[in-house]
Write a protein that binds this ligand. Sequence first.
Ligand code: 9UX
Length: 72
Amino acid sequence: EIRKALYKVGGMQCSACAASIEKAVKRLTGIQDATISVLHNKAQVVYHPEFVNEELIREAIEDAGFEATLME
Ligand code: 9UX
């Protein structure tokens, strides 16, 4: 099973910001893909719910230094 989570992300200013979020999220077990858009202030994450959940992903983005709000 895979699920998708979309987050509004605050605090990104450059592509290095997006790269650091992608790295932080992909470090979690159960992440299939993470696509970060500086332009749209969004993070789209595809994950396996047996291993990880929306809140753990949100916390990983926050721990990387950004504001994250689950959208859907
Ligand atoms: Mo550069 Mo993006 O310091 O924060 S990584 S603006």
